[in-house]
Ligand binder design. Structure first.
Ligand SMILES: [Ca+2]
Length: 470
């Protein structure tokens, strides 16, 4: 039977309106479907360093603008609060227990093995142009440096900026390895000087802006893992003394400037609406360094599995799908970013097994969205130390030692730690985010369930490991 013309038109309109209600608008030639990806990854920045996470702190207008254009995540975590482990987890979507990348690697380290695909290796075959400007710290061998790990363009240091002859505690050892500055697989500075360090933030930013301009017509992944604000602290002369809060504040101001430059470059090139920008830190503050360290309201700090170490401030901006100027307390981990970005960009997941999962609905804030993980594993060095439930409500510490600061250093000098110990402990994170009250006696069923999950993870990833000193 033929439909009446009026009825056909009505049904067509109804159909079109249903399509337009069902999701984002269909792509046009002006709006490519695949988003660009920018990840700004700070080194040792504390949870409350920037204004969106500390309204009474230093004014950081550019990070605040990014938060106003996107969503701030208050319960974002890394699986290990140390550089190499955290970076490898971000780039592969795998736990340190799986990749066996633990702690912080030194010069000439093998680093991340090639059987774990990196963000670059995942997106490059899908037609993305990929770049890293900053600190790699996932390997310092010809086949483990960025050009061999999926990055078309690269510049920066292969490891931490304190692994050099001016190291405050062990200059003789670290002095044996001049820090090299690399660009696209070639050393362009053989022995990075203090004056060079003053320009690192500026150089990475200029390269990032230039990359955005040159690749405005192609899809790209831009990874900017700044060396700062890791000690030793340096900033450009333009920022010295500008914060009124000492050198650490000056360094944050320059990082804030960098965020503004990158965000503005996206806008200037018409890429603002089609780029997902992620801003966070590889771990919490290195509070051993006192006035040269960032701040966190949470318990302990870097290189511990307490929230002061593993919880990082995080902002995600993606105008087409993320409501501007919003805050989320949903829990997710850095290992989820790779699979989530794959989903968002319709790019195939790595061929190797990974631990992260797509959490885009959670990031977008869909009503009723739930975290797909039963639990997340947390570790320090090669020691598996506990788990957090996927909903973020509960945290179980397995018995472990941890370093506790007893005297902070000053002006670039390290402080003093003691080894402390925690027994099996359960914290109700939604009620007690400071991990102050062990409630294992009050919630034996929760504890039993989490211990069982933890034992499964330990058996899977740690049973063949001998403990090494962190
Ligand atoms: Ca770090």
């Amino acid at each position: 039977m033929q439909l009446q013309p009026n009825l056909s038109a009505f049904l067509l309109l109804l159909f079109l309106s249903l399509i337009s209600c069902a999701g984002p608008e269909p792509a046009t030639e002006e709006t490519p479907t695949r988003p660009n990806i920018v990840i700004i990854f700070l080194d040792d920045s504390g949870w409350s360093d920037f204004e969106p996470f500390n309204v009474d702190g230093l004014k950081t207008p550019n990070v605040t603008a990014l938060a106003q254009e996107g969503r701030s995540f208050h319960n974002f975590y890394v699986p290990q609060a140390i550089c190499s482990a955290s970076r490898s987890a971000l780039l592969t979507g795998c736990y340190p227990g799986r990749t066996k990348v633990f702690g912080a690697h030194g010069p000439n380290a093998r680093g991340l093995e090639r059987n774990f695909a990196t963000l670059g290796e995942v997106f490059k075959p899908a037609g993305y142009t990929t770049a890293i400007f900053g600190k790699w710290h996932c390997g310092d061998q010809p086949d483990t440096r960025p050009p061999a790990r999926g990055f078309d363009e690269s510049a920066g240091l292969m490891y931490s900026n304190d692994m050099w002859k001016y190291h405050p505690e062990n200059p003789e050892y670290w002095g044996r390895f001049p820090i090299k500055f690399w660009e696209n697989g070639k050393v362009t500075i053989e022995d990075v000087s203090k004056d060079d360090q003053k320009h690192l933030t500026q150089w990475y930013t200029e390269k990032a802006v230039d990359f955005i301009q040159r690749h405005r017509d192609t899809s790209f992944v831009l990874y900017v893992p700044h060396n700062m604000p890791h000690v030793p602290l340096f900033c450009s002369p333009e920022f010295e003394g500008k914060s009124g809060r000492g050198l650490y504040g000056d360094v944050l101001l320059e990082l804030d400037w960098s965020v503004g430059q990158i965000n503005q470059a996206l806008k200037d090139n018409g890429l603002d609406k089609n780029t997902i920008v992620i801003f966070t830190s590889d771990n919490g503050p290195w509070h051993s360094y006192g006035n040269h360290a960032g701040s966190t309201p949470y318990r302990e700090a870097k290189a511990t599995s307490f929230d002061g170490g593993i919880r990082s401030a995080c902002i995600v901006k993606y105008p087409p799908e993320i409501e501007a100027n919003t805050v989320s307390t949903s829990t997710f981990f850095s290992i989820d970013l790779l699979p989530t970005l794959c989903q968002l960009a319709n790019v195939d997941l790595p061929g190797n097994e990974i631990d992260g999962m797509n959490v885009w609905e959670l990031i977008r804030g869909d009503e009723g969205a739930k975290n797909p993980h039963d639990f997340y594993a947390i570790s320090t060095g090669n020691h598996f130390e506990g788990i957090i439930s996927g909903d973020g409500n509960w945290k179980l510490h397995l018995p472990h030692n941890y370093r506790h600061l007893i005297e902070a250093g000053m002006d670039g000098m390290a402080g003093k730690f003691e080894q402390w110990h925690i027994d099996t402990s359960l914290y109700h994170m939604s009620e007690d985010p400071m991990e102050s009250k062990n409630v294992i006696e009050e919630f034996p069923d929760v504890a039993r369930s989490l211990i069982q999950m933890a034992e499964g993870h330990k058996h899977r990833f740690y049973r063949e490991l001998k403990e090494i000193k962190n």
